[in-house]
Design a binder for this molecule. Structure first.
Ligand code: ATP
Ligand code: MG
Length: 571
């Protein structure tokens, strides 16, 4: 799977390193999620880039959990992340944990302290943050900045031994309080925090910050090219500063920053996604409306479509928001190739074929005088499962004198250019017969509840023997054979393209109609659908069988290529 664009700037840098022998041809990357939530479509881009570069240059990519914050992390997320990466189609060379380096990081911190490059500060977070100043505003040195290495070492060991309360002291790197780069103004390396860690338990009461853990973990593992998103550009100098002052087991890794992936009508922040769950707006991380890999997967998105989309987005240096329709176009292209065709009627309306034969030679109309549920003779049509792939074979679809058609395929008073069914009009029932509507039955409110029709017995297969033109082909389900299904129709979770653009809070822009549940009638073959199977309901869209509940189908995506339409409009 070499899906990374050959021309991207990180690949160029690797090529240059290989040419000069910086890492003696070695290429090692890592994907470093914090296990505090589920992976989303943005992470898929990072995964594609991290694994892609390694693969492109015959290197390795590890999965490293950035598990340095006991308060928010959990083994539930660790397991889900491992599972999601495998589903997406990537295999980490190793699964590693930053928490395995807590001792090594501690030892390195002692070395910095001994060399006068780090100190213990007794001030609280707020004071430290005020003293940092801002751009063009000088920083103020901490009154504890010039403690001796001996005193710092003693205090640091006592911090580790649990002799101070949470938040009572921190360790800071002694860099430059006047730097134009705020990250360099003596950043915090350790905090005291009595949280139970999902792997190290209560062994540690001091935890390293992101900045102190990240680059050092890279260095300990032998990472060569360390990729992260653009918000870490300002941390780049600090990444280098730490590594320049430590004795490293391998050649010094380099940090590269690329653009985050954002999608229209979508948020990709774990904090916001968690809020959607907590507020009961979605049912969980795997709600099919969520941009999480678990959500997209349950919705029926193929992993290959997500990979192809990410490869197409590429690795770049400007943040951009891609159209959700663009991702959907990749999904549709994939599914059109692989999804088997079925028939399902989402808003069923009964069609009764009055001249349909019954076993005793009467017409259905006659038989129904006695038994309104009579359907007459059953026939079975052999239908191709997938016109795009003959290897998918055929199936038998039952047909009889009462069938379900789509409510919107019939009009009592047809508007102009309505080519589907109305009284006096002839249409084709896909793969079955030509039928002509003859009348309707209404309920007390005047709603059409039954359409009556006659069929042309010579049109079996759906073609008129005399070659007369029949414009419309409709899908259908035999009423006596069809199964009941619950179909969940999804729309954007957020109504606006950029959720939160005006108020700052994406939740202000929620689409109140993101889920519509309908009771559908589907052909019997769908009773055999396995969890997660994705099929095309002809003329309607692609649908995924739920992973847990039988006969529940999620609409993956519609049939219309909205991306092509958007591009045409833009051109
Ligand atoms: P969030 O803001 O959703 O919590 P994060 O960046 O904190 O995301 P991490 O688990 O720390 O999440 O991310 C792991 C890796 O994935 C990092 O290298 C991060 O830069 C990258 N990543 C996260 N979100 C995106 C995104 N939207 N687009 C591209 N890469 C991303
Ligand atoms: Mg993070």
């Amino acid at each position: 799977m070499t899906e990374t664009t050959a021309g991207d700037f990180i690949a160029d840098a690797v090529r240059a390193d290989n040419a000069t022998g910086t890492y003696k041809g070695r290429v090692q990357t890592r994907f470093p999620p914090e296990p505090n939530g589920y992976l989303h479509i943005g992470h898929a881009k990072a995964i594609t880039a991290d694994f892609g570069i390694a693969e492109q240059f015959g290197g390795v990519c590890n999965l490293r959990f950035d598990d340095t914050n006991p308060d928010t992390e959990d083994v539930e997320y660790v397991e889900a992340i491992i599972d999601d990466i495998a589903w997406l189609g990537f295999s980490p060379a190793k699964v590693l944990y930053a928490s395995d380096y807590f001792q090594a990081l501690y030892d390195w911190a002692e070395a910095l302290i001994v060399n006068g490059l780090a100190y213990v500060d007794d001030q609280d977070q707020e004071t430290i943050s005020v003293q940092r100043g801002g751009y063009g505003k000088p920083g103020v040195e901490s009154p504890y900045r010039n403690r001796t290495p001996e005193e710092n070492l003693d205090l640091f060991r006592r911090m580790r031994d649990g002799q101070f309360a949470d938040g009572e002291k921190v360790v800071r790197a002694k860099v430059d309080m006047q730097s134009d780069n705020m990250q360099m103004r003596d950043p915090v390396m350790y905090r005291i925090r009595r949280g139970h860690h999902h792997r190290t338990g209560d062994q540690w009461v001091i935890y390293p910050t992101y900045d102190w853990a990240h680059g050092q973990s890279d260095a300990l593992e032998g990472v060569t090219h360390s990729m992260c998103t653009l918000e870490f550009v300002s941390h780049h100098d600090l990444y280098d500063w730490f590594l320049n002052h430590l004795e490293l087991p391998y050649d010094k890794p380099q940090q590269f920053e690329f653009a985050r992936l954002e999608l229209t009508h979508t948020v990709t922040s774990k904090r916001k996604l968690r809020q959607l769950i907590e507020d009961g707006i979605v049912t969980g991380w795997d709600d099919p409306r969520m941009p999480t890999l678990q959500g997209l997967r349950r919705r029926g998105y193929p992993a290959s479509a997500i990979r192809a989309f990410c490869a197409n987005v590429g690795v770049n240096k400007t943040n951009s928001r891609h159209s959700l329709e663009e991702l959907e176009a990749f999904v549709r292209t994939d599914l059109n190739r692989v999804a088997q065709r079925r028939m399902g009627v989402l808003h069923p309306l009964k069609l009764v074929i009055d001249n349909w034969p019954t076993e005793d030679g009467r017409t259905l109309a006659e038989a129904r005088q006695e038994n309104p549920d009579a359907v007459g003779v059953a026939q079975f049509f052999e239908v191709a499962n997938n016109p795009e792939n003959s290897e998918d074979g055929t199936r038998q679809v039952p047909f009889a004198g009462q069938i379900w058609i789509e409510e919107e395929d019939f009009a009592e008073v047809p508007p102009p250019k309505f080519f589907r069914l109305s009284v006096g009009k002839e249409v084709r029932l896909r793969g079955a017969y030509l039928v002509t509507a003859t009348g309707v039955v209404k309920d007390e409110s005047g709603r059409v509840v039954e359409v009556h029709a006659t069929y042309d017995p010579a049109s079996q297969g759906g073609n008129a023997p005399d070659g007369r033109k029949v414009k419309s082909t409709m899908h259908w389900v035999s009423a006596a054979h069809g199964l009941d299904a619950e179909v969940r129709l999804y729309d954007h979770l957020f109504a606006t393209e950029i959720p939160g653009e005006t108020t700052g809070d994406p939740l202000d822009d929620l689409n109140p109609h993101s889920l519509d549940i309908v009771s559908a009638k589907v052909e019997p073959e769908l009773g055999k659908a396995r969890p997660g199977d994705v099929v095309q309901f002809e003329r309607v869209g692609y649908f995924a069988a739920d992973k847990d509940v039988p006969m529940v189908f999620h609409r993956t995506v519609g049939l219309k290529d909205e991306w092509a339409a958007l591009q045409k409009r833009a051109a």
